[in-house]
Design a protein around this ligand. Sequence first.
Ligand SMILES: *Cc1c(COP(=O)(O)O)cnc(C)c1O
Length: 228
Amino acid sequence: MTMIAANLHQVRSRIVTACAAADRDPAGVQLLAVSKTFPAEAVREAVAAGQTAFGENYVQEGVAKIEALADLRAQLVWHCIGPLQSNKTRVVAEHFDWVHSIDRLKIAERLSQQRPDGLPPLQVCLQVNVDGGANKSGVSVDEALALAQAVASLPRLRLRGLMAIPEPAPDFDAQRTLFLRAAAVFEEIRAAGIALDTLSLGMSADLEAAVAAGSTLVRVGTAIFGQR
Ligand SMILES: *Cc1c(COP(=O)(O)O)cnc(C)c1O
């Protein structure tokens, strides 16, 4: 077994254990392998070990990898999880399947306009700032519902859920408390009649707390591919 295959196995068992502790079905938590800074060959190794969903932060690097792995394109799902500027939306709309980092309407409108007709709608999550830091990415908790309503009406996007990246907290309970803020916004938007199904929370260091707070998708890089 390769190192990546062994790491994937270990991360999957962490998810299963966290689900058992939270009394949840492991089928309700998807693993997104974050391959940023690692070469296409590392992604191939993960695919050989059964992984199909991959996350990239940097648009140019991600597109280069998607193109290098064009032979696997039909079986892979590519998620753009990094901050997105207006001048990068077209290439994202043309190459990725998902975007997790929508934090303003202008970016969502551009992605919708630029999504090619031959492709299915782009699957999107809003990034929510649950720490309240003014200079952090993400829509504020107070503005999330209004943004969700606007994004849900765009024709070439399909709003699936929320993503958050809280600051590291000192312990499990403190980390879970931050994740629960995202879960509360998720429930607020669902209560308003928007059918979200994806809560993108948790990384290598804190996936257990995220699963305890209701995460349906954990984004794991280091624990699969190694230190960057
Ligand atoms: C890098 C990154 C991850 C993965 O982080 P690890 O700590 O390496 O698991 C997850 N989400 C986002 C948005 C990232 O930028």
